[in-house]
Ligand binder design. Sequence first.
Ligand SMILES: C[S@@+](CC[C@H](N)C(=O)[O-])C[C@H]1O[C@@H](n2cnc3c(N)ncnc32)[C@H](O)[C@@H]1O
Length: 451
Amino acid sequence: MIAEGRRRAYQALIRVERDGAYLSVALQEALASTAMDERDRALATEIAYGTLRRQITLDRLLSPLLRRPLSKLDPEVRVILRMSAYQMSWLHRVPAYAAANDAVELAKRHLPQAAPLVNAVLRRYAERAREWQDVLNRDLARASDVERWSVMHSVPTWIVERLVADHGADRALEALRSMNEPAAMSLRVNRLRASREEAIAMLSAEGVQASPGALAQEGLRVQGQVDVTRLQAYRDGVVTIQDEGAMLVAPLLRPEPGMRVVDLCAAPGGKTTHLAELMGDRGEIDAYDVTVAKVRAVRQQAERLRLQSIHPRLGDGRQVTPEGPYDAALVDAPCTGLGVMRRRPDLRYRRRPEDVLQLAQLQRDLLRRACAIVRSGGVVVYATCTLLKEENESVVHAVASDPSAGVRVEDVTSDLPAALGAKMGERAGGFLLWPDWHETDGFFMARLRRL
Ligand SMILES: C[S@@+](CC[C@H](N)C(=O)[O-])C[C@H]1O[C@@H](n2cnc3c(N)ncnc32)[C@H](O)[C@@H]1O
């Protein structure tokens, strides 16, 4: 019988491979049954995320064992080979024979004619599975640095090239090394409903261990992987799932009760709701996004947190025309998401180099619009979860250097937590929080002030 965790991991991975589904959605569907054991759930999650994180590496390791290129095989075979090779090389508590036997059973069930091939390839793979680094070092001895790093860290070459060009090889390499570590889980405490200590006690009463985060005053780090949405503390609006790095963005607007704020890219509402909490839920926040489903997501989060000051609105942020100017605006722009690769391992394979150019245009347009609709002396915060200059500093520079925008860039050092220490980097055009510094996602944030 195929282990439940492997069966569910396969279900999710085949949806990603064959139908282009997002991993988070496909896995949620695969794990939907409430009857599932927590251990099976954890194994399925580990296999699905781990396999996608290591996909380029796995394909390189598997290729010499195949007569045909991996890309020419049926998606079912690709998925079964990758997920089984992943377990053999990375999940040392899983015996190789268990992974191989289940792989053959999976093949028999989903593509019976491929079972002998799966069996033969994985028996050979198992002989060297633990030595994958040595195998690759030999294979890549004559490869360029970019190709070697791409294969070793499973990141497409164009992304490696861009990161090296933007930040230098050392910094890029440090970040790449961190991209395949599982992401820590953090929560934001809604301090309108509980103090951080009270929230820790509520979570503890539900069997969840949490401790104060190092960076954000309202941040909590949770031990292990927990489905927080099932907890009473979540349903009661005491906590929100948010990366601790993301919690540094809303305070940059210097939110105060009574302010009128616009969030041009609000869904699913993580930063909008944080703003409302920081404003004591007094004031007005117009929260825009482009689809009905996304606007609904913002509304649901506002309702769960019992926040009245948020007005979810359907609309293109580039065309927002308010009756009067806002005190502050947030542009948490759509981006390539390279700072959140740990949480969304499939993103790196979906993105194309041409996306950067298109996104940068949209980002500039959104930021220009934000600058146009805040009052004189008001602030605009621009944020992304990517690491590329073209989407970060260059966007800020393009807008701020245009005299018609009437803004200047501010140094945000004094608004950032002291816990960041010396790790501040170059901040003239904005602040980049690297994902390998404090076990957060990677974020860029800049503040502009209207003259
Ligand atoms: C990075 S996400 C925002 C995350 C959100 N601020 C949070 O913290 O939960 C970017 C959002 O921008 C939205 N978006 C994309 N193009 C847009 C546009 N032209 N106008 C407004 N929103 C847009 C996307 O739908 C997406 O929800």
